[in-house]
Design a protein. Sequence first.
Length: 342
Amino acid sequence: MKQEGGYARQWKYTDAPDADARAVQAMYWAKRWADEQGAGSAVDGLVKKASKMGDYLRYALFDKYFKEMGCQDPSCPAAEGYGGAHYLLSWYYAWGGSLAKAAGWSWRIGASASHSGYQNPFAAYVLAKEKAFKPASPNAARDWGQSLGRQLEFYRWLQSAEGGMAGGATNSWRGRYGKPPAGTTTFYKMAYDEAPVYADPPSNEWFGFQAWTMDRVAQLYYVTGDAKAKIVLDRWVKWVLANTTLGKDGGFAIPSTLQWSGQPQLNWNEKDTELECQGCGLQQDPACKGQGPQSGCGCNRGIGANPALLFGEIRRSRSRAPGQGTARPDVEEVLDPQRRGQ
């Protein structure tokens, strides 16, 4: 805190990258459905705005002070070019400048911490591959293509033995570019962080982050059939179904919080046997119903992963052999309890 007059008067804005990415995601569907009805021109203006926003959103793909990945000292110099890019959707980015007409200074920052719940590989796909959404900057589509691959790798690295997604990673340990504890595993030189950004309560305790992020993976799989997305989604859906209880009276129960132990293996591409997630307590909460039975452990806002399950289920059903299992009945019964017992 500073006393009045003890700071430089300035204007500033902070951006929530996951919200911008969700807007791009929503505009993709608006454009697709409008085009199917011959009314694409009704949303073309908004699509251009989403594309422009996606151009600036690339600031979220960089370290807070644009330092090299693996920086463990505040004196680390700023990186050259893309050396400070982690290509993940970080917690925020911000910009501002002086209010004094005589001063002519301004600033911008990225963020060093990336949370699994903030990732949106579907938005990255849209900005990289969909012609109407590709930003105007020469490198933008390429950068989002890099981000798409990096985010899917991030999920693989963070996915626990049970199937849930762990917290994330940081390039600035404890927010001070400190040195992580010996033995901390890394993702492209970023240190594993069980609870990125805030620890009280832990940022990855909330089940809702599981639902948010996996809905985006499911939409990517639904639209593209991406094999890497399917690997992550299949393990996660299995975890969700194993930890969701549907009652005959129309109620449901899921674990209410997430507790974590261990860390990802350095070789993240192999099945992780050291990182574990456990649910603590059961609860019933319809506030997450719109997201669907998202993950099996913990949500203090409810059953939020239905869209994630449905998008994945619809895509899988295109190639499923007769008699193979399905997640669809569980999803439909949560949305419509009257189906139970039919």
